[in-house]
Structure formats: structure tokens, C-alpha cells
Design a protein around this ligand. Structure first.
Ligand SMILES: [Zn+2]
Ligand SMILES: [Zn+2]
Length: 342
């Protein structure tokens, strides 16, 4: 009998507010996972800390897998292969994202909208993620990581970056237009860099004074509080903060014909809207659900070409709970990343 190889891994034992005692997450020893057919095993080098992980830990999202390991911005090195794999070679550096599997046959999957597939599954929610020393992924849903990035810097590209890219497209910002970003964490600071590189004028609204300074350093035209009126009418806006009360103000800040995209997977209730102030003049309100693999490939190519440079704060694996608390308190510049085996 062979003895199972063990690894360190976080589990969401009992979803609850991140500051509660006992905390919702626990660091445990568990067997290294076996890659199933079509999957590869990676040794995790780094894993980003995303707001969705906080929603999983705090129970804003329902439990899909008991004692799940969170984390879906995984950069790892391929070290094992399930049956029927052949896309990657041993040692390849790959990224494991949020979108883990789709059905491939429904009308959404067949029309380039696999992000809307009702039978999709997600890393760090339906299956174990990257707050661990090893993780698996169906090889068709992984990405190659551009050489320019070290693992920790690449990690936030895999969700914060890709979702921000999709949100930017959903917001339909015109060439040379004016874009509002509400919230300025991991996703927004990457999205701002893409928009600025494309000649868009960026206006940031966020509660954190440090985040406002950071936005101006990156080249934002203005940075104010989350409830402030925009200094100029905006063509498009994206809300990254999970706060529904921002929606009416963001719609007021739009110019006629403008579009507001809501980028989060979870948001607190949106207050009643006033038709004249918030929606008339052909204003559009839309949300963003996950991403397609095509979004991911396009974004990573673009990030590499534009030299998009995520700002990361590194934490060791054993401090993942602290990283999530900092994220919850709005106390993090850029994106938090667990540096696991760099
Ligand atoms: Zn489908
Ligand atoms: Zn995410």
C-alpha cells in the first residue's frame, strides 16, 4: 500500500463573517488531489485573493461543496497528468481560473456565451481551489502564463484581470470616452490600466484614501469618494464594489446614452430607481457574469502586449485568513496574493 502524499490546504469549515470567532476558514493537512481524466495536477506557486473567496467564506454565496478550498487565481507548475491529457508538458507554467467547466452543448456554449452556461462549475466553489500546495484543473480550461510575469504578479490577472476586461467590454466605453470606476481594488486597478492604455479618460470613486492616491498615480483624471458627483458626465461606468446603494448615483453620473456595468458576482440590494433621473435618456444597466475562455485568452495576450502591471501584496499560505480580513476591511492596495511555492 502506498502512503498518500499530504499537503497544507485551507478549508471553509463553516461560512460566517470573516471577523467571527471561530473563523470560517481553517488550515488543514489533506491528501494531494489526484487529477481525474482530462485534468492536470499543478504545484501551486501563487494564488490570488479575490472578493469572491470572501463571498464563499462568509456565505454570501451558497455552499456548493462542503469544506471547499477557496482560490481561483492560481499560477502553478504542471506536475501530474490524468488520463487523456496532452495539452501541457511537465513543468509548464499555467493559470487556473474561476471558470472550471461548461457543458459544451447548450445554446449558450454553442453561441460563444459559455459564461452563461447553467451547468458550469467553478474553481474554489464547486471544486477545490488554490489556497493549497497542489490543485487540479481540466486542461482545456487552463491558460498559459506569459513569460514576463512572475507567479504572484500573474495571479490577479486570472480573475480580477479577466473579469475587469469583460466588464470593460460590457460597459461599451467609446474610443477616447470617459469611464467611471467604482471601487479600486484588484480588478479595478487592472481595468484602469487597460482603459488608460487605450486612451480612455478614467474617473475613480472609492472610499479608501490610499486607493484614491494610487488611482491618481496610475493616471486617473480624478479620484473621489464613492458617493461623490462625477466632475464630468461619464460615457460608461463599472461598479466593482459589492454595494448596491452606489447604483443610483452611478446612473446619475452617466451622460445620455451611457452604460453602467455591474462587475460583481454578489451585490447588496439596489435601492429603488427613479426613471427620469436614473434610466431615461437611454441609459443602460447591465451585469457581468464570469467570462468565456476567449475573454481569458484575449485579455492575457493584451496584458502581455500592454505590459499591464498588477500591484500585489504578498502573504504566505498560512496567513490566507489575514489576507481575506484585509480585503474585507478595504485595507489592501491593489491585489492580495498568497505566495506559496515561488
Ligand atoms: Zn453549456
Ligand atoms: Zn475572482
Amino acid at each position: 500500500m502506498t502512503r498518500e502524499r499530504m499537503m497544507r490546504s485551507w478549508q471553509v469549515t463553516d461560512p460566517a463573517p470573516i471577523d467571527s470567532d471561530p473563523a470560517p476558514l481553517r488550515l488543514v493537512e489533506r491528501p494531494v488531489p489526484e487529477p481525474a481524466a482530462g485534468e492536470v495536477l499543478v504545484q501551486v506557486l501563487a494564488c490570488g485573493v479575490c472578493r469572491t473567496d470572501l463571498h464563499v467564506a462568509e456565505g454570501d454565496l451558497p455552499v456548493h461543496r462542503a469544506h471547499v478550498t477557496p482560490g481561483h487565481e492560481i499560477v502553478g507548475r504542471v506536475v501530474g497528468f490524468g488520463k487523456g491529457t496532452g495539452r501541457f508538458a511537465p513543468g509548464d507554467r499555467i493559470g487556473i481560473p474561476w471558470l472550471r467547466r461548461t457543458c459544451g452543448v447548450c445554446s449558450y456554449c454553442r453561441s460563444g456565451r459559455e459564461n452563461l452556461c447553467s451547468r458550469s462549475s467553478y474553481t474554489g466553489w464547486d471544486q477545490d481551489g488554490g489556497y493549497a500546495e497542489y490543485a487540479t484543473v481540466p486542461e482545456g480550461f487552463a491558460y498559459r502564463i506569459p513569460d514576463r510575469y512572475d507567479p504572484a504578479t500573474a495571479a490577479p490577472l486570472l480573475c480580477a484581470g479577466i473579469i475587469g476586461y469583460r466588464a470593460l467590454r460590457r460597459a461599451e466605453v467609446p474610443a477616447g470616452g470617459r469611464l467611471g470606476l467604482y471601487g479600486f481594488g484588484g480588478s479595478a486597478h487592472i481595468t484602469a490600466q487597460i482603459a488608460l492604455a487605450q486612451g480612455v479618460e478614467v474617473h475613480v470613486f472609492t472610499r479608501g484614501a490610499r486607493a484614491r492616491t494610487f488611482a491618481l498615480e496610475l493616471g486617473a483624471a480624478s479620484a473621489g469618494g464613492s458617493g461623490d458627483p462625477a466632475p464630468v458626465p461619464l460615457d460608461s461606468a463599472i461598479i466593482f464594489a459589492p454595494a448596491g446603494q452606489i447604483v443610483p448615483r452611478a446612473l446619475e453620473n452617466l451622460a445620455p446614452g451611457g452604460t453602467l456595468a455591474l462587475a460583481g458576482i454578489h451585490m447588496s440590494d439596489v435601492p429603488p430607481l427613479d426613471y427620469q433621473n436614473h434610466l431615461f435618456h437611454e441609459k443602460r444597466l447591465t451585469s457581468v457574469e464570469s467570462n468565456t475562455r476567449r475573454d481569458g485568452e484575449e485579455f492575457l495576450t493584451l496584458a502581455d502586449r500592454l505590459g499591464i502591471d498588477p500591484r500585489v501584496t504578498r502573504y504566505p499560505l498560512e496567513r490566507a485568513d489575514e489576507a481575506l480580513r484585509h480585503l474585507g476591511h478595504g485595507d489592501m492596495a491593489g491585489a492580495g496574493v498568497l505566495s506559496i511555492s515561488e
